[in-house]
Design a protein around this ligand. Sequence first.
Ligand code: PRP
Ligand code: URA
Length: 208
Amino acid sequence: MKKLVVLKHPLIDHKMSIIRDKNTPTKTFRESVGEVGALITYEMTKDLELVPKEIETPLTKMTAYQLKKDVVIIPILRAGLGMVESIHNIIPSAKIGHIGVYRDENTLEPIAYYAKFPNEIKSGVVIVVDPMLATGGSASYAIKVLKEKGATDVRFVGLVGCPEGVNRLQHEHPDVPIYLAAMDEKLNEDGYIVPGLGDCGDRLFGTK
Ligand code: PRP
Ligand code: URA
């Protein structure tokens, strides 16, 4: 099952224009990345399974519905951190794990430096978040590690992808649905997405 969803929504397009603009200040950039992350997650979670639960409102008994599985958010450090808080706000019961990966500047291959996951990755819905899906190396590596640790229901949420990254992720993890705000044209010779938004980690955290 290969699934790619590129969301089409006026609020997402509007916020992406702010995120892509090189003159957007750090604070607005960070807020907008979080907002788009939450909007994508709202759409991505619409097929989550529910279980009935008998509750009492102040007026009467009723059957209500709650999420069947735990949800785990896994940001790929650093840039994935920009989407965690806003996603956690709409799924406050979610657990959060972290995986640290950066790209080697020359080979563009992922270099791992950190991983800490909650036990719920084995039974829960695991949302891997990273704004950028460029070569796909970082996301594919993170998902491989999660699967080795027992994750079976993994989804990827990003802001901007490109054909190279989507093809690699779909080839290496065909079971993982990909949700994006935009599918861009290509990678440039330095491995940056074009038109893209630049270096997401640097823009989120004000580094260079
Ligand atoms: C960026 C981005 C992704 C990765 C995407 O991270 O946040 O993790 O590049 O590129 P890929 O699809 O080619 O792997 P970066 O390596 O710049 O690390 P940082 O977030 O720590 O700055
Ligand atoms: N990582 C980024 O932050 N931006 C890109 O365009 C590609 C990888």
